[in-house]
Write a protein that binds this ligand. Structure first.
Ligand code: AMP
Length: 394
């Protein structure tokens, strides 16, 4: 394992890194920093929580050198929350960050963003929609971009941003450095990399197991109509520091919020139909510990780095197995212990089997002691892993 000093970072940045408290580089940092400092393009296959923000932020600061008064670096991210998080993390490494950064995302007024651009922001962190909007109105000039970062590309594609992302890439000069990060690298992402990147170095720090080993998983089978009750009972029985309850729909998130509030459990709520002000307040309140429970849709399942989340509860089995991995990745971060509970009703069997197939392990079924099950829960439904075994034995 190398030290930060051995990665080619200058003294000033080393001092900042030390001040922040990073002792040694994470694997993605160890591999990406020297390559990015050399000016090469990078495809980084890295899950969230691996330290990838610093893996691109530090070399970018080295490459930009003396500040100039126009956009030279663009970091494109899928969601507003992630944009805020990246800007906050990135700017911690920079001097005079106040003047150097512009944070551009939708759902809020233009004034502050225009002010940052007019003041000569050099590093632009943006979501695709608002960036294109501002570019079309000629408020942002991308013609001097030297480094383009495409962060959480798989998520941007999942959210239907492929056209926007391609358009933004074309708005930037051809002569540039491009750093692409994604938790998964599928065919579409390779196609983008093929035309948008030049002779990239590929770095893959994904571990064999998709879910952190510090997370323990449990499935709570229950009839659909008793899910609310079981959720409240589970929260009452669980010693949590803070917990995120994930729902599939915005409606469910709102209903659960009302239900928990009626049960005197204060909660913060995060989904796409809330105003940006509400979303920011919810996340801030949860981060600050004002609320110990956050009810959220998958908008919060990727990338968000909130320390001390001891539990994730899936109110529904997520529809896409990857979402399970992303959701539970909000807990068990940085070596902490985490627990992931999933409420499962019989109509969700195929989704559950898909998750077990992806994780390559069956998840333990549990019954909540003392809970008044009106219908006997289906404890013995075989998971995908066990189903396979059975077939072979036949
Ligand atoms: P990221 O994957 O960039 O969202 O980073 C995940 C978390 O790891 C953040 O809270 C970072 O502050 C933290 N982190 C990043 N690099 C290091 C490091 N080298 N040592 C300790 N913590 C780190």
């Amino acid at each position: 394992m190398k030290t930060f000093a051995e990665l080619g970072l200058p003294e000033k940045i080393l001092a900042t890194v030390e001040k922040i408290g990073y002792k040694e580089p994470t694997p993605i940092q160890e591999q990406a920093i020297p390559v990015a400092i050399s000016g090469r393009d990078v495809i980084g296959a890295a899950q969230t929580g691996t330290g990838k923000t610093a893996a691109y932020a530090l070399p970018i600061l080295v490459r930009l050198g003396e500040p100039q008064k126009h956009p030279r670096c663009l970091v494109l991210v899928p969601t507003r929350e992630l944009a805020m998080q990246v800007e906050e993390a990135f700017s911690r490494f920079a001097e005079n960050a106040q003047e150097r950064f512009a944070l551009l995302y939708g759902g809020v007024r233009y004034e502050q963003q225009l002010h940052a651009l007019r003041a000569g922001a050099e590093i632009v962190v943006a979501t695709p929609g608002r960036l294109i909007d501002l570019w079309e109105q000629r408020f942002v000039d991308l013609s001097h971009i030297e480094v383009l970062v495409l962060d959480e590309v798989d998520r941007m594609l999942d959210m239907g941003f492929i056209e926007d992302v391609s358009r933004i890439i074309r708005m930037c000069p051809r002569q540039r450095q491009t750093l692409l990060f994604s938790a998964t690298v599928n065919k579409t992402i390779r196609e983008i990399a093929d035309w948008a990147l030049r002779d990239p170095v590929e770095i893959d720090v994904r571990t064999g197991t998709l879910a952190a080993e510090t997370i323990s998983h449990a499935i709570y089978p229950v009839a659909g109509y008793q899910k609310y009750d079981l959720l409240v009972a589970l929260l009452a029985r669980t010693q949590y520091k803070s917990v995120i309850v994930f729902t599939r729909t915005k409606r469910d998130a709102d209903r659960i919020t009302e239900w928990l509030e009626a049960n005197k459990i204060p909660v913060a709520t995060l989904h796409a139909d809330r105003t940006q002000r509400e979303r920011t307040a919810a996340l801030q309140g949860f981060r600050d510990g004002k609320f110990n429970v956050l009810v959220a849709t998958d908008i919060a399942s990727r990338g968000l780095d909130i320390s001390g989340v001891s539990h994730v509860i899936n109110y529904n089995v997520p529809e896409h197995p990857e979402d399970y991995v992303h959701r539970i990745g909000r807990t068990g971060r940085a070596g902490d212990e985490g627990q992931a509970f999933t409420l499962f009703s019989p109509d969700e069997l195929s989704q559950l089997q898909a998750i077990e197939r992806l994780l390559k392990m069956p998840i333990e079924r549990k019954k909540l002691d003392g809970f008044n099950y009106r219908t006997e829960p289906l404890m013995t439904i075989p998971g995908a892993a066990t189903t396979k075994k059975k077939r072979r034995n036949r």
